[in-house]
Design a binder for this molecule. Structure first.
Ligand code: UDX
Length: 436
C-alpha cells in the first residue's frame, strides 16, 4: 500500500520505518526542510536504537523517502498517518494547532477516498474535529470526496521504539466503517498480535488511559517508598512480592525519582483536563500527578539533610535523560533538580552518555564532565538520576577514593546497596531498608 506519515518526530520516523519494513511504500512528510534533508541522507535527528540503520537500508531500497511536499504525498497515498506533536498547554490541554494545519492541508489536496489515521495522542473527540476540518476544506473546493478518519494510537517506548513498532503487544484501531477496518487490517497484515477494534473515541481514550494507568503504578510505588523508609521495609522487595501476582504484573513497579519523558506527564495532565472539562474529577489521577511533582524534591531533601546544607557543596549527577537508552531530556527529573541545586548554591558536575549537550545548552552553569569518574571527582555527594547500564559497572573502589565525601544517593535503586556499603559508601536508595 502507499502510505504517508505526516510529522517525522519519534513516532513519525519510527512508524515510517516500521511500515516500510512491513512491505509498504512510505513517504514521511515534515515542514522542516533541514530535517527532511537529514532524513533523506539517512541521518536521524535523535538517537533511537537500530532505527538509523534500518532507515538507511529502506531508503536505499526505495521503500522509504521523505519530503516537505505534503500535497504530493497525499495525492499518491491510500493511507495518511498523522504523527505531529500535540504538546501540553498551560492548562494541561493538548495543543492541536499543528494537527489542524496538517489536516486542513490534506483536505486541500484530497483527490479520492483515503484513510486519515491519527497516531498523535489526542483528546477524546478529536477524531470528529479532524473529520469536520477535512469536510470544510473539501467543501470549500466545491467537491464531495469520501474519506475515513481512524484512530490508531501508538504505544512505543523511546529507546525501544523500533522493537515496539515492529512487535506491538496490541494494535488498537478505532474506526467507523467496514472499508476503513478492512484497509487497516490489510495494512497490518503479517503482524502477529492482538487487534482491538473500537470506535474512534474509545481508541483515543485507550491511549490516555493506558499511559495514565502506568503513571499511576509508578506514583503508587513512589509514595509507598516513602512509607517503606519509615517502617523498615524495602520497596524493591515489596514490588517483587507484589509483581508475582499476575493481576498486578511485575512491570512499572520500580520506585524512583518520578516519571518523565514526552508522554506520561503530558498525557496525565491532558486526561485531567478532559476530566475537568466534563465535570468528572479524577481524584486518583490528580494525586498521581501531585506525587510525581513532589518526588524529586522529596529525594533532594534527603541529600540536603545528609549534607546539612547544599550551599558550596559539589554535587555529582549521574544521568540526565528521563530514562536510559535515549538522548531525550524532556520532563526529566534532572531538569527539576538542577535549578533547585543551583539556587541553593551547590556546584554541579554531571555526566550522561547521551544527554549532556541538551542539558549544557539549558544550564551553562552545570559542569559537563567527560565521564562518570570525572563527574564524581571531588564530589561531596553523588546522585544517580538515570540507571544507564554503564553506571552499574563503575569501579566503585576507585570512585570512593576520588570523592570528598562518600555519600551516594541512588534515585533509581539501580545499585546493590549492601555492596555499595561494603565499599564504604553511605548509600541511600529510594524506599529501601535502612535509608530513613
Ligand atoms: C511511555 C509508554 O511506555 C509508551 O507505551 C507510550 O506510548 C509513550 O510513553 P516512554 O515515555 O518512552 O513510553 O517511557 P517509559 O519507558 O514508559 O518510562 C516513562 C517514565 O517512567 C520514565 O521516566 C521511567 O524512568 C519511569 N518509570 C518507568 C519508573 O519510574 N518506574 C517504572 O517502574 C517504570
Amino acid at each position: 500500500m502507499n502510505v504517508s506519515v505526516i510529522g517525522t518526530g519519534y513516532v513519525g520516523a519510527t512508524t515510517s520505518a516500521a511500515l516500510a519494513e512491513l512491505g509498504h511504500q512510505v513517504i514521511g512528510v515534515d515542514v522542516d526542510q533541514k530535517k527532511v534533508g537529514m532524513l533523506n541522507a539517512g541521518r536521524l535527528p535523535f538517537y533511537e536504537e537500530g532505527l538509523e540503520t534500518l532507515m538507511q537500508a529502506l531508503l536505499k531500497k526505495g521503500a522509504l523517502a521523505f519530503t516537505t511536499d505534503l500535497a504530493r504525498a497525499v495525492t499518491g497515498s491510500d493511507i495518511l498517518f498523522l504523527t505531529v506533536g500535540t504538546p501540553s498547554q498551560a492548562d494541561g490541554s493538548a495543543n492541536l494547532r499543528d494537527l489542524e494545519q496538517a489536516v486542513r492541508q490534506i483536505g486541500r489536496a484530497l483527490n479520492g477516498h483515503k484513510i486519515i489515521v491519527s497516531k498523535s495522542t489526542v483528546p477524546v473527540g478529536t477524531g470528529e474535529r479532524v473529520k469536520a476540518w477535512l469536510q470544510e476544506e473539501v467543501t470549500k473546493r466545491g467537491l464531495s470526496i469520501p474519506f475515513d478518519v481512524v484512530s490508531n494510537p501508538e504505544f512505543l517506548r523511546e529507546g525501544k521504539a523500533l522493537h515496539d513498532a515492529l512487535h506491538p503487544e496490541r494494535i488498537v484501531i478505532g474506526c467507523e466503517s467496514d472499508k476503513a477496518r478492512a484497509m487497516m487490517t490489510k495494512l497490518y497484515q503479517g503482524m502477529q498480535t492482538d487487534f482491538c477494534y473500537t470506535t474512534v473515541r474509545d481508541a483515543e481514550m485507550i491511549k490516555y488511559a493506558s499511559n495514565s494507568f502506568l503513571a499511576t503504578k509508578i506514583s503508587f510505588m513512589n509514595e509507598l517508598a516513602r512509607l517503606c523508609e519509615q517502617t523498615d521495609t524495602s520497596i524493591s522487595k515489596v514490588a517483587h512480592g507484589m509483581g508475582l501476582d499476575s493481576r498486578i504484573g511485575s512491570q512499572f513497579l520500580r520506585a524512583g525519582i518520578g516519571y518523565g519523558g514526552s508522554c506520561f506527564p503530558k498525557d496525565v495532565e491532558a486526561l485531567l483536563h478532559l476530566a475537568r472539562e466534563n465535570g468528572v474529577p479524577l481524584r486518583l489521577l490528580d494525586a498521581v500527578a501531585t506525587v510525581n511533582r513532589e518526588q524529586s524534591g522529596w529525594f533532594l531533601q534527603k541529600v540536603r539533610t545528609a549534607l546539612g546544607t547544599l550551599s558550596g557543596k559539589q554535587i555529582a549527577l549521574l544521568g540526565l535523560t528521563f530514562k536510559p537508552g535515549t538522548d531525550d531530556i524532556r520532563e526529566a527529573p534532572a531538569l527539576k533538580l538542577i535549578p533547585v541545586l543551583l539556587a541553593a548554591g551547590a556546584q554541579i558536575t554531571a555526566y550522561d552518555p547521551k544527554g549532556m549537550e541538551a542539558v549544557g545548552r539549558l544550564h551553562p552553569k552545570v559542569r559537563c564532565a567527560k565521564d562518570a569518574y570525572a563527574a564524581l571527582d571531588g564530589a561531596d555527594a553523588a546522585l544517580l538520576l538515570t540507571e544507564w547500564p554503564e553506571f552499574l559497572k563503575l569501579d566503585f573502589a576507585r570512585v570512593i577514593g576520588s570523592m570528598r565525601k562518600a555519600l551516594f544517593f541512588d534515585g533509581r535503586n539501580a545499585l546493590d546497596g549492601a555492596k555499595m556499603r561494603s565499599y564504604g559508601f553511605t548509600y541511600d536508595g529510594v524506599g529501601e531498608r535502612g535509608t530513613a
